[in-house]
Design a protein around this ligand. Structure first.
Ligand SMILES: *Cc1c(COP(=O)(O)O)cnc(C)c1O
Length: 370
């Protein structure tokens, strides 16, 4: 029997929040206060509390949140920022925007997260910051990363766009670094209905700086202290996110159940390699990624059977046209390159049925038996 399993679906999520979403829009509409109003404040308080940090500042996107975090730390021309060589382009762009130089460090093949044992050799007198990215929803090895950062007096800025609610030894991601960024792009685990992002921090001074930076460099209207931006979160997105946050843990539990079913079903299949989860880490499975030498053929086989998959990400940043000027060539970051050629993201979204998960597992098995 053929099933349709899309790579992602909003169906269940939208169904579970439909009434609150519509009510939040009506309240927003009737409030007649459309920028930086009560909902922004309410969401910032709720998300700071959720992240176990003192402050949250709502911003226009995850990319802008990363950028504002680096600017607030005074990072700019002449500085270097360490980023994983296999991250989404936004992490790297945020460094480029400040004028600093992104310095790539390879991930571990087994987890796809930055390899803390390789950070030390990338540090120079110009290094100011390490940006770990909790890829696919799994926390990076933050104990080791924080240790290196402390030893060399470096800032840590987490890119938490894929890992809302993930924990390492009970500590939530987005609370390790001095200031951390996240995205609420619609398909993220906590997704808005458009563009949105935020930073979380315990430092009042950094939160204040970012509040000014997002608002034309001004705390008081028409008085500009620094060269700022218009990077404010939309008031409606904040209103919707207040409601979505209440549902998120339930949605995440759904993702985790699906992931565990995949692990159980696929661990016996020769031909695909599952990602390792490090000791003490609780992944929130933003993505469920497997590695396979015949990735493209497997992907096509699954597509023919109605199963949607994606590749995160097909080209690592150092080989992107946009970064040609950095002068990297194929072979410079072999682990990132191998992950790019072998990774396959399977469908995982709250509301996916066991029948659909088993259908994906059975078809992967069938591919290798044919
Ligand atoms: C989605 C994402 C971003 C960027 O978020 P936007 O809100 O789309 O700007 C940054 N880093 C990672 C790892 C992401 O997955």
């Amino acid at each position: 029997m053929k099933l349709e399993v899309p790579f992602f679906s909003f169906d269940y999520r939208n169904e579970t929040i439909r009434e609150e979403a519509i009510k939040s829009f009506i309240d927003f509409f009737d409030s007649k206060w459309y920028v930086l109003g009560k909902s922004t404040e309410k969401f910032e308080q709720a998300y700071a509390k959720y992240s176990n940090t003192n402050y949250c500042v709502g911003l226009s996107s995850g990319l802008d949140a990363l950028h504002m975090a680096l600017l607030a730390l005074g990072i700019g021309e002449g500085d270097e920022v360490i980023v994983p060589s296999n991250t989404y382009i936004a992490t790297v762009l945020s460094v480029t925007y400040t004028g600093a130089k992104p310095v790539f460090v390879e991930p571990r093949m087994e987890t796809a997260n930055i390899d803390p044992t390789k950070i030390r050799q990338a540090i120079t007198p110009r290094t100011k910051c390490i940006m770990p990215v909790h890829l696919y929803g799994q926390p990076c090895e933050m104990v080791e990363i924080m240790k290196v950062a402390k030893e060399f007096d470096l800032h840590v800025v987490e890119d938490n766009a894929q890992a809302h609610g993930a924990t390492l030894h009970g500590q939530i991601t987005g609370s390790f670094g001095i200031v951390n960024a996240t995205s609420f792009y619609p398909t993220k685990n906590l997704g808005a209905l458009g563009e949105a992002g935020a930073v979380t921090t315990n430092e009042e001074e950094l939160a204040d700086k970012i509040k000014s930076l997002r608002n034309y460099g001004s705390h008081q209207r028409y008085y500009n202290d620094v060269i700022g931006f218009n990077n404010r979160i939309d008031e409606f997105e904040a209103a919707y996110l207040c409601e979505a946050l209440k549902h998120m843990d339930k949605w995440t539990t759904g993702r985790i159940k699906i992931a565990h079913r995949y692990v159980k079903g696929l661990s016996k299949v020769n031909g695909v390699t599952l990602m390792d989860i490090v000791d003490g880490a609780e992944s929130v499975y933003h993505l469920f990624v497997v590695r396979c030498a015949e990735r493209d053929q497997l992907r096509e086989f699954l597509a023919e059977r109605g199963i949607g998959t994606q590749i995160h990400y097909p080209v690592p940043p150092h080989l992107q046209k946009a970064y040609k000027h950095l002068g990297f060539v194929k072979g410079d970051y072999p682990i990132a390159e191998r992950l790019a050629s072998e990774s396959l993201s399977l469908p995982v979204w709250p509301g996916m049925s066991n029948e659909q998960v088993d259908y994906v597992i059975d078809n992967i098995e069938a591919y290798f038996k044919r």
